[in-house]
Design a protein around this ligand. Sequence first.
Ligand code: GTP
Ligand code: SPV
Ligand code: MN
Length: 590
Amino acid sequence: MATAAATMPPLPTLSKQVTEWVASVRELTQADEVYWVEGSDDEYRHFIGQLQQSGELQKLNEAHYPNCFLARSHPSDVARVEHLTFVCTSKQEDAGPNNHWMAPAEARAKMRGLFSGCMKGRTLYVVPYCMGPIDSPYARCGVEITDSAYVVINMMLMTRAGRAALERISREDSFVKGLHSTGELDPNRRFIMHFPEDLAIESFGSGYGGNALLGKKCHALRIASYQARNEGWLAEHMLIVGLTSPQGDTHYVAAAFPSACGKTNLAMLIPPDSMPGWTVTTVGDDIAWLHPGPDGRLYAINPEAGYFGVVPGTNRKTNRNAFEMIQRDTLFTNVALTADNQPWWEGLDTGTPVIDWQGQPYAPGNGPAAQPNSRFTVSAKRNPRYAPEADSPRGVPISAIIFGGRRRGVAPLVYEARDWNHGVLVGASVASETTAAAIGQAGVLRRDPMAMKPFAGYNYGDYWSHWFAMGQKLKHPPKIYHVNWFRRDSDGKFLWPGFGDNLRVLDWVLKRCSGRAEANETAIGNLPRPSDLNLAGLDISESALDELLSIKADEWRAEAADMAKYLDEFGARTPAQLRAQVAALQQRLG
Ligand code: GTP
Ligand code: SPV
Ligand code: MN
C-alpha cells in the first residue's frame, strides 16, 4: 500500500465540496497521507494483508473458514454507546426527549478539540459510499473519512463503496459528511455527534460497528430519518423479507424489532419441514428506506449491501442460511477461538473454546467465551437466499409492516392493527427488554417506539406525526402487525419455538392481507385463534397456545395508562391523533 496516496486519479468533475472538505479534515487531523478507497477486490485484499501485519486481524482456520478473519476490539468498546450519542439540532426541542442533545456550536468545538492532530503519522482514508442500489433514485450517498483500516474493510462489505459512489456524489454534489477517528478508545473521550441540519456526523473514540461504520446507524437511520421527514419518506430499523407461498404468490414484509431481537433471523428464515413449498428470500436485515410508489403502495429498499449480525445463537438449527453464509469470506469481531483456530461462540453445538474473546485462555468463571454482542460482517451476496430484487432501483412493494419487541409478558404472539392510524399507536407502543447491542444493563424493559429509540434523528412527537402523514399519502397502505417471539412461561422458558416456526405467524399475516384468514376482534386489535394458524407438525401445548393468543384486560389497561404517561414526555409535540388512539384503546378496554 506504499502507493496508497496516489490512488483514485481525481475524477475530472470531482466535486469541489468533497476535495475541499477532505483537505480541511487533513489539515485539522494532521494526517500523513490521504488514501481514496476505490472499492476493488484487490484493494480489499491489500487492506486485509495490512491489518494482519499490524496485528489488528488474525487469520482463522483456512480449511474450515476460508478467507475469514478475527478482530478483537478494546474491552470497553464492544457495543453502541447511547449515552455518548448526540443529535445536535439548532433547537433542543427538535432533537426531542428521545435524544441526547448538544448545541451544534458546542458540539463542533468539542469535536474539533478531539480531532485536532489526532491522525498525525497516520493515513486518512476517504470512503465514498452509496446507501442503496447505485442507480436508485431512493439511494443516498455519503463520504466517511476514517483513520481505521478495519472500518474501511467493514464499510466495503456493508455499503456500495468506492469509485461508482464517488461518481454519483460528483454528479449530485450532495452527500453526508462523516468524520471518524478511533482516537485512543478512551470512553471519556468518546462521542458520536449528529448534525442533521448539515448532513454531517462526527464520531470519535470508538471502533465498534454502530459507532464507527457511519453509513449504518448514523447515516442510514439518524440523518436519513431527519431527511425522510422533510422529503416525505421513512428511514426505519426494519428487515425486508420476500415470501413466496406454496401457491406461488410473492409478498414482501418489513419488520421493526429492537437491536438483537430477531431481525436478521426473520429476514433469513428457514421454513419448517412441516411447511413445504415456501420460499423465503432476504432483501435486507436491519434498515429499510420506504417510499410511497406511483401505484399508491409503499416501496422499500435496503440501503445496505452487507450484514453486521449478532454471532451468538447462530447455528444450523436456528438459522441455517446465516450459519452457512459465515463459513467463508467473513470478518468476525470478538468471538472466541478453538484449539485449531476456528471461531467459537455460545450456541454453537460443536467445538470447544480455548481462547476467549479478549484473547485470554478461556475460563468459564470469566463469563461467556464470545462477547454477547460479538458480530459477523459479510457481504449480502454471500447469503444463499439473497433476493435479487435487493438490487432493484425501484425497491419492493410492502404488503405488511410488523413491529415487535422482546417481552416476557403482556404482548401476545401476534395481533393486527385495525387500520394504519391504529398501527401508528401499535408501533409507538413497542417496548422491549434491553440487549447487549448497547452498553448498559441488559434485560431492562423500556419503551422503544418503532424500534427506533436509539436511532430516530429527531423528536419522536414529530416522528409520529410524520407516520400519520405517510398513511395519508398511501392509497394502499400495508397492514400493520405486532409480534412477540419472546413470551415466557412461569419457569422463564420461551412459550413459542420461534425462528423457522415464525413462518406460521407470517403465513397468517399474509392470508389476512389477502382476506383469506379469520381473526378474533379484541380491544387491542385482531388476534388469530389457534385454528387460524397453520400448526401442522408443531409440538406445542394447548395451554401455551392459549397464553400466546390471549390478552388480559387488566394488564392492557395498565399498558395503555403507561403509554398515555409516556406520551406526556413529548408534550405538545405528541400528535393529537396518537392521544386519540390511546383514548380509543382505553375506551375499548373499558
Ligand atoms: P441487530 O443486528 O442488533 O439490529 O439485531 P437483530 O434484530 O437482527 O437480531 P438477531 O436476528 O441477530 O437476533 C438476536 C438474538 O435473538 C440472537 O441471539 C437470536 O438467536 C435470538 N432470536 C432471534 N429470533 C428469535 C426467535 O424467534 N426466538 C427466540 N427465542 N430467539 C430469537
Ligand atoms: C444494532 O445495534 O441495532 C445493530 C448493530 O444493528 S450496530 O450497527 O452496532 O448498531
Ligand atoms: Mn440494528
